[in-house]
Every structure is written in C-alpha cells, then in structure tokens.
Design a protein around this ligand. Sequence first.
Ligand code: AFP
Length: 298
Amino acid sequence: MKLEEFLRLNAPEDLASLTSAIAEASVSVWDNIPFKSGLLSEVNPSGEKQKAIDVFSNDLFVEALAATGCVREVASEEMAEPVEGKGAFSVAMDPLDGSSNVESNNPLGSIFGFYSKRLPASGRSLAGALYVTYGSMITLTFSFGKGVHRFVATRDGAKMSFELLSVNLKLPDKPEVYGFGGFRKDWITPVRKFVDSLEERGMRIRYCGTFVGDYNQVLCRGGIFAYPQLLKKPQGKLRVLYETAPMAYINEEAGGYASDGSRDILDITPSTLSEPSPAYIGSAPLVHELERMISSEK
Ligand code: AFP
C-alpha cells in the first residue's frame, strides 16, 4: 500500500498533509546529504556548530510544513525562534539528527513532534510523531495514537514513493541490544552498574551515534537506548521537545517506556524550547528497572 492511501484511510487530514510533506522533503534531504556536509561558521541555539546540510534540511522542512497550511508554528533545533503559521499544529523538529556522522556514512535521521498546544508543551499534548531514517533505506516511522507504522522509499519510475513496510510495530519481548551515549567514566553510578548487568545478560552493544539510528535498532530488536544523566552534565544532551518526547510517544505506542530517570518523558513540560533531559528509552521492563536503580541511589 502507498503512503497516500494509508494516510487517507487512517490519519486525520492535517496530520496526513504534514506526513506527506515530510515524506516528499525527506527524499530531497537524502539526495543532498553527500553534497552539503561542510561546516558553517554559525552555531545552533544549543551552541553546536551547524553544517550546510543542517540548514538546508531545516529550511526545506520549514517550507514544506508551512505550505500545508496546517501549522500554527514550526520550532526547530536549528532555529532560535519558531516560524509562525495559521494552522492547528505546533511542529517541533530536529531536521537532521546525527549530522556529525555524515563523513563516516552512519545512519542519519529527522524527528518531528506534532503538538496540539503552543510550544514549549508537554509530550502529553502530542497528537502524533514521526521519524525518518536515512540509512541503507529511507524509512518513515510514525504514530498518530493508533499504533506505529513504517513506510520505505522505493523508486516508482523516475519518482520516489513510499510503500508500507510494517503496521502496528511492537518492541520484541526479548531485548537484544543497547546503546548509551557519552563517556562511560561520566555516567552516574547506577547507569554504569546497569550496563554491566546488560552485558552479563548477553545483550549486545549497538551504538552508531545518531539517536534515530540507535533507537530504530531498539525498536527492531528490543532493548534500550540512553543518553544518560552525566556526572558533570545532569541534564544529558538530548532535547525534550525536538527529540526525546516525539520518540517517547512512538516508543509508548510500540509498547515501550521512556524515562528521564524519575518520570515518564511524556510528562515533562520543558520551560524552554531547547531544554534537555536525560533519556532512557526502549523496552518497558528494562527502562523501569533502570529507573528503580537510579531512584534507589539518590
Ligand atoms: P549530532 O547531530 O551533532 O551528530 O549529535 C547527535 C546526537 O545529538 C544524537 O543523535 C546522539 O544520540 C548523540 O548526539 C550522540 O552523542 P555522543 O557523541 O556524545 O555519544
């Protein structure tokens, strides 16, 4: 089944338009990755150096989303201020997650949260979320609150189109993989102990350095991804609005759980657009276990 037909049958009209716009723009992003990998002199609102492909992806998605007429605002990890519109949804996005991995040809991604309230807002006001992987395949994985579905880009003559790959994705019962960001020496003690125990249980480390790529492996194989609380950086690195809340929404729809160490990520209302939090996301029993270990060491 093609993406358009699936959306027509299964998605509210506005969310269908936003998803189609992202699907089309994602193919252009992928086409341009090899040619726009150079660093710019600018930094984004979190102080990270921007690449030409970060700015290109940002501008392309902003334009595509605004053209649907369905956005009230678009906020992005790459912009200091949201772009305003007259539609119903606030979209928060990381237009190119993992752009420091372009040279090594690791997977990259894009993340979108469709919020029904003005930003910053809690993950509980998400009406849907979507992520794109640019890896060995371009895939769109999304949920509008009724299961997680995945489409893959295929060639249709000269044009790319998206075909259904899986419906109602669920995290496998047996967890196989884990990937934790940052340096091991900087992790808080319960995180170090927990990771040691994962290896003793026979789980494999899989870490590519792109949140979308690393989470996607967890969704396919079961397990846990984290960008943990660090000794000198208690808020971790990943941003709630743009990154962890949309992925937590999809993860919950797939039967998983996402925590900041003490509460569900979907319950956090960030006070700024770029507020980070520690993130532990994946198979529910593992994330609950780690949450208990963290709270018992406080
Ligand atoms: P870039 O977008 O700068 O490549 O950062 C990617 C990222 O925000 C996220 O996708 C990764 O999970 C995390 O950083 C990796 O960080 P470490 O390199 O510190 O493990």
